[in-house]
Structure formats: structure tokens, C-alpha cells
Design a protein around this ligand. Sequence first.
Ligand code: SF4
Ligand code: SF4
Length: 132
Amino acid sequence: MTTTIQSKIKSWITSGVKTGMESNGDTLKDTPSGSISIAFAEELSKCGDDTVLECFNCGTCSAICPLVGESFPRKMIRYVQIGAKDRILDNAEELWRCLHCGLCTRTCPREADPGEVILALKRFVLSGWRRS
Ligand code: SF4
Ligand code: SF4
């Protein structure tokens, strides 16, 4: 698992993909810029998703999502990719707005399975609540 993720990261870095939202002109003002972090993606794999690093931030999922206008679920995926765990926890209530309609997953060109990422993030948040 780790080797696979690391090879994906290496591929990204060598292909020049750095911070997708900024390069795509996304208007999210609270999106921290920074380098890709594999630690959170690896942690999320324990919550049931190992596809998050497939995302190349095209925005299709946010365009099709009924919660359109909120950069969801792309924003959450980006937070995972850059290791912004605090942003996930600060905005955790947004995860529970997901309708689980599956539109994002069906239209993702990278098979990044954004719907499953949201489910995994819910498990991640709940596991923290159980520990606290
Ligand atoms: S549609 Fe897929 S590749 Fe595009 S931003 Fe959403 S999760 Fe990422
Ligand atoms: S499953 Fe959730 S995130 Fe995906 S399109 Fe439906 S409401 Fe949006």
C-alpha cells in the first residue's frame, strides 16, 4: 500500500502537479497551499479509502454535486492530499451534508471515488470523536 502511494506521489511531483486547486484557478480562499502529504492519505486508507491520490483536481465532482457552489467534495479531497487534517476537522459538519447519491464517483475521470473518500472521512472524524 505505502509503496503504491509513494510511487503515485513521485509520479505527480515529476509531472509537475503541485497544488492543483491553485493551478486550476479555484476560488477557494481558505485552501492552504503547500506540498503533497502522503501521511494523511495513508491514514485514510485505514478508514476504507485508498483512491484519494488518484484525484488530479479537475473539479468534475464539484460541478456535478448537488451541493454545487461549495467546492464539495473536491475541497475535502484536496485537504486530504495536502495533509490539512485540521481543515477537515474544522469543517467536519460539511461531510454530513453529503447525500451519497454517487454522482461524483460515477463522473470522476480518474476513478478517485470521491463518494468513498467522503465516507472514509466520516469514519476518520468519528474515530477521533470516539477517542476524545
Ligand atoms: S472528479 Fe475525480 S479527479 Fe476530478 S476533482 Fe473530483 S475526485 Fe478529483
Ligand atoms: S455523493 Fe455526496 S459528494 Fe458525491 S455528488 Fe453526491 S452529494 Fe455530492
